[in-house]
Design a protein around this ligand. Sequence first.
Ligand code: GLP
Length: 251
Amino acid sequence: MKVLIKPSHESIGLEVADSIEKLVRENPAAVLGVATGSSPLPVYAELVRRHREEGLSFARCQAFMLDEYVGIAADHPERYRNFIDRFFASQVDFAEGAVHGPDGLAEIPEVEAMGYDDAIEKAGGVDFQILGVGSNGHIAFNEPGSTQDTRTRTIALTEQTRTDNARFFDGDVSQVPRLALTQGLGTIMQSREIVMIAIGEGKAEAVRELVEGQARREWPVTILQRHPNTTVYLDEASASLLSDPALHRQA
Ligand code: GLP
């Protein structure tokens, strides 16, 4: 696991966009794993710019979303499908049907979950997974206690996560769905390359556990320690609880 502290969120966005551009130019049919949240936004903004101004094309790529709220209205701006469309998918040239996500409005979410890992496998697996992390160490919506072999499934959101995400629901925690569909830790670990981005002091504890702690299920993000090709991008604030940040600084 490579750990890099960069001077700004924007510089992280540029560097991750470079990695994705390199992959897509080498393999125009690459499979991307896309995360919601504020952490990947500068990556998407830069990829959209390169698509518009430099001809970077996703026409033969596929993308798989990490997670989705169960039962959220189809037109809700915080529905993850709408989020990914707004900031990335609809701004570039993915083919119709090339961006996949678990359907939070499926009649039986458990059945929806069961088919999702198969769909990823059928597409050849995820080449490049973008990840954020929750303040409690969740990745996608794998809340503390999730085990390493989990696959896509439904999960009850913790009060911590619902409180963290209330900011997207008029600050009203009662509007935050209680259930989500999420790729499992086992699903995510099958990605060939992973980039995790953590910004701000709210992530500092999870980052300390990831970089210096023991891998354990109380901090799901620590599973990334066992992934053979993961890069973790931090800003100074998210790195502030590391014992020696200077080891990881990079201009
Ligand atoms: C949500 C998502 C995660 C995301 C996390 C962090 O809970 N399910 O996939 O990583 O938020 O979001 P942010 O990047 O906005 O801090």
